[in-house]
Design a protein around this ligand. Structure first.
Ligand code: ADP
Length: 250
């Protein structure tokens, strides 16, 4: 086991035009962590993810993932990314669950190659990991929002990621499916050792599942254990007095 952080962010600042969105943000994420990024609307969470993924250029400071500086336009084959509202944009096509997951095996350097035995095995395993084996040949559009979101997790898993990055993955999904979804993430983290970084506004749920909280409000307000975070009452500062948070012991 090595101590090299999987993600290393140093003094990161970012602005859109004249608006400062991130200021001097620094943190490390190590392999095996399940990290929840929280913060009020407009606090820079999505911007931070986009910077981690190379979807926005680094303006100031540095980001290293797997020991390498992030390159604009590519987030590498070890990273599985599940963007916001992915389901709504892709469900219009007549595509089956298995076909979506198979896209996880398509890399730019081998786009025209047929899927091999290893690919097919990884696709089946990924579908099984999200408990959708019975739905493999169904059209994506026939699945519920929660099931669709699990299909996109399977697509990411099929690419054999070491790091899974998710942006508000449960928007528009009912509460019960949200719980199933977070349990799935938690088991991928605990059982398969997958490192997960998730942006979410489901603060209550996130607090109960993650090993590490990053709380942003332009600057990094808190980085550490979710239980200590609650004690320090940062949430009241950020979200107002009337929110209640429930945290269960693990
Ligand atoms: P969060 O994900 O925490 O809601 P964002 O990172 O989406 O926050 O946004 C942070 C701030 O940057 C907000 O004030 C938002 O309006 C602004 N912003 C986000 N994207 C853009 C953009 N493409 N152009 C200009 N301003 C943006």
């Amino acid at each position: 086991m090595t101590d090299t952080p999987l993600i290393k962010v140093d003094n990161l600042s970012f602005r859109y035009g004249s608006e400062n969105v991130l200021e001097n943000v620094s943190f490390d994420i190590h392999a095996g962590e399940f990290v929840g990024i929280i913060g009020p609307n407009g606090s820079g969470k999505t911007t931070l993810l986009k910077l981690l993924l190379g979807l926005l250029p680094t303006q100031q400071g540095s980001i290293q993932i797997f020991g390498k500086s992030v390159q604009i336009g590519t987030y590498g084959k070890y990273v599985g990314y599940i963007p916001q509202k992915v389901t709504q944009s892709e469900t219009r096509f007549p595509i089956t669950v298995r076909e979506v997951v198979a896209l996880g095996r398509v890399h730019p350097d081998r786009i025209l190659q047929p899927l091999g035995t290893k690919d097919k095995k990884l696709i089946s395993e990924a579908i099984s990991a999200v408990e959708l084996s019975d739905f493999s040949n169904r059209l994506l559009s026939e699945l519920s929002g929660g099931q669709q979101q699990r299909v996109f997790i399977a697509k990411a898993l099929a690419s054999e990621p070491k790091l899974l990055i998710l942006d508000e993955p449960t928007v528009g999904i009912d509460v019960q499916s949200q719980e199933t979804f977070y349990r799935l993430l938690s088991s991928l983290n605990k059982d398969k050792g997958l490192t997960i970084v998730i942006v979410s506004h489901d603060v209550d749920v996130v607090m109960n599942e993650v090993t590490t909280v990053l709380c942003l409000n332009k600057t990094l307000i808190y980085h550490g254990n979710p239980k200590t975070f609650l004690k320090e009452e940062y949430l009241e500062q950020l979200y107002g007095k009337n929110r209640r948070f429930i945290i269960h012991g693990h």
